[in-house]
Design a protein around this ligand. Structure first.
Ligand SMILES: O=C(O)C(=O)C[C@]1(C(=O)O)C=C[C@@H](O)C=C1
Length: 120
Protein backbone atom coordinates (compact mmCIF):
# COMPACT_ATOMS: atom_id res chain seq x y z
CA UNK A 1 0.00 0.00 0.00
CA UNK A 2 3.02 2.34 0.22
CA UNK A 3 2.94 2.93 -3.54
CA UNK A 4 -0.73 3.99 -3.52
CA UNK A 5 -1.36 7.19 -5.52
CA UNK A 6 -4.29 8.16 -3.30
CA UNK A 7 -2.16 8.79 -0.19
CA UNK A 8 -2.97 12.17 1.41
CA UNK A 9 0.43 13.75 0.50
CA UNK A 10 0.07 13.25 -3.26
CA UNK A 11 -3.36 14.84 -3.63
CA UNK A 12 -4.25 18.46 -4.31
CA UNK A 13 -6.07 19.84 -1.18
CA UNK A 14 -9.22 20.72 -3.15
CA UNK A 15 -9.34 17.28 -4.70
CA UNK A 16 -8.75 15.72 -1.29
CA UNK A 17 -11.62 17.74 0.17
CA UNK A 18 -13.95 16.63 -2.60
CA UNK A 19 -12.83 13.02 -2.14
CA UNK A 20 -13.52 13.26 1.60
CA UNK A 21 -16.97 14.74 0.96
CA UNK A 22 -17.85 11.93 -1.42
CA UNK A 23 -16.44 9.30 0.95
CA UNK A 24 -18.55 10.69 3.80
CA UNK A 25 -21.56 10.20 1.59
CA UNK A 26 -20.46 6.65 0.72
CA UNK A 27 -19.99 5.85 4.43
CA UNK A 28 -23.53 7.06 5.19
CA UNK A 29 -24.95 5.00 2.33
CA UNK A 30 -23.00 1.90 3.45
CA UNK A 31 -24.38 2.36 6.98
CA UNK A 32 -27.92 2.63 5.59
CA UNK A 33 -27.39 -0.52 3.50
CA UNK A 34 -26.19 -2.45 6.58
CA UNK A 35 -29.19 -1.27 8.63
CA UNK A 36 -31.63 -2.10 5.84
CA UNK A 37 -30.08 -5.54 5.34
CA UNK A 38 -30.29 -6.21 9.08
CA UNK A 39 -34.02 -5.38 9.00
CA UNK A 40 -34.51 -7.57 5.93
CA UNK A 41 -32.79 -10.51 7.65
CA UNK A 42 -34.94 -9.99 10.78
CA UNK A 43 -38.02 -10.35 8.57
CA UNK A 44 -36.66 -13.36 6.68
CA UNK A 45 -35.71 -15.12 9.94
CA UNK A 46 -39.38 -14.87 10.91
CA UNK A 47 -40.36 -16.24 7.50
CA UNK A 48 -37.89 -19.10 8.08
CA UNK A 49 -39.45 -19.98 11.43
CA UNK A 50 -42.98 -19.81 9.96
CA UNK A 51 -41.97 -22.04 7.05
CA UNK A 52 -40.26 -24.54 9.38
CA UNK A 53 -43.26 -24.70 11.72
CA UNK A 54 -45.58 -25.41 8.80
CA UNK A 55 -43.22 -27.71 6.83
CA UNK A 56 -43.03 -25.32 3.89
CA UNK A 57 -39.96 -25.53 1.59
CA UNK A 58 -37.15 -23.03 2.28
CA UNK A 59 -37.08 -21.74 -1.31
CA UNK A 60 -39.98 -20.36 -3.34
CA UNK A 61 -38.75 -19.99 -6.94
CA UNK A 62 -41.96 -18.34 -8.21
CA UNK A 63 -41.75 -15.66 -5.51
CA UNK A 64 -38.07 -15.15 -6.45
CA UNK A 65 -38.97 -14.75 -10.13
CA UNK A 66 -41.49 -12.03 -9.23
CA UNK A 67 -38.98 -10.28 -6.95
CA UNK A 68 -36.30 -10.32 -9.65
CA UNK A 69 -38.65 -8.99 -12.34
CA UNK A 70 -39.77 -6.19 -10.00
CA UNK A 71 -36.22 -5.33 -8.90
CA UNK A 72 -34.97 -5.19 -12.49
CA UNK A 73 -37.63 -2.58 -13.33
CA UNK A 74 -36.77 -0.59 -10.19
CA UNK A 75 -33.08 -0.77 -11.10
CA UNK A 76 -33.67 0.39 -14.66
CA UNK A 77 -35.74 3.33 -13.44
CA UNK A 78 -33.02 4.21 -10.93
CA UNK A 79 -30.30 3.92 -13.62
CA UNK A 80 -28.71 0.97 -11.85
CA UNK A 81 -27.52 -2.01 -13.89
CA UNK A 82 -30.44 -4.51 -13.70
CA UNK A 83 -28.03 -7.44 -14.07
CA UNK A 84 -26.16 -6.21 -10.99
CA UNK A 85 -29.45 -5.76 -9.08
CA UNK A 86 -30.44 -9.32 -9.97
CA UNK A 87 -27.06 -10.73 -8.91
CA UNK A 88 -27.23 -8.82 -5.63
CA UNK A 89 -30.76 -10.07 -4.83
CA UNK A 90 -29.81 -13.65 -5.72
CA UNK A 91 -26.80 -13.39 -3.41
CA UNK A 92 -28.99 -12.25 -0.52
CA UNK A 93 -31.72 -14.81 -1.21
CA UNK A 94 -29.10 -17.60 -1.35
CA UNK A 95 -28.03 -16.64 2.17
CA UNK A 96 -31.66 -16.47 3.34
CA UNK A 97 -32.33 -19.96 1.98
CA UNK A 98 -29.31 -21.29 3.90
CA UNK A 99 -30.77 -19.71 7.07
CA UNK A 100 -34.19 -21.23 6.34
CA UNK A 101 -32.58 -24.68 5.89
CA UNK A 102 -30.78 -24.35 9.20
CA UNK A 103 -33.93 -23.26 11.00
CA UNK A 104 -35.84 -26.21 9.44
CA UNK A 105 -33.13 -28.65 10.59
CA UNK A 106 -33.13 -27.39 14.14
CA UNK A 107 -36.94 -27.34 14.24
CA UNK A 108 -37.03 -30.99 13.06
CA UNK A 109 -34.50 -31.87 15.78
CA UNK A 110 -36.80 -30.31 18.35
CA UNK A 111 -34.46 -27.41 19.01
CA UNK A 112 -35.86 -23.91 19.23
CA UNK A 113 -34.83 -21.84 16.20
CA UNK A 114 -32.18 -19.51 17.60
CA UNK A 115 -31.24 -16.06 16.40
CA UNK A 116 -27.95 -15.82 14.53
CA UNK A 117 -26.51 -12.83 12.68
CA UNK A 118 -26.70 -13.07 8.90
CA UNK A 119 -23.70 -14.89 7.46
CA UNK A 120 -23.18 -17.10 10.54
O1 LIG B 1 -40.67 -14.99 0.67
C1 LIG B 1 -40.21 -16.07 1.03
O2 LIG B 1 -40.84 -17.13 0.92
C2 LIG B 1 -38.87 -16.12 1.62
O3 LIG B 1 -38.46 -17.15 2.11
C3 LIG B 1 -37.98 -14.91 1.49
C4 LIG B 1 -37.10 -14.96 0.25
C5 LIG B 1 -36.35 -13.59 0.24
O4 LIG B 1 -35.25 -13.51 0.81
O5 LIG B 1 -36.92 -12.63 -0.27
C6 LIG B 1 -36.14 -16.08 0.40
C7 LIG B 1 -36.33 -17.31 -0.18
C8 LIG B 1 -37.42 -17.58 -1.12
O6 LIG B 1 -37.01 -18.41 -2.17
C9 LIG B 1 -38.06 -16.33 -1.58
C10 LIG B 1 -37.90 -15.13 -0.98
Amino acid sequence: MTTSNTGPDAIDPEVRQELERLRDSIDNIDAAVVHMLAERFKATQQVGRLKAQHQLPPADPSREARQIARLRVLAENAKLDPAFAEKFLNFIIGEVIRHHERIAESTQNGQPAHEAPAGH
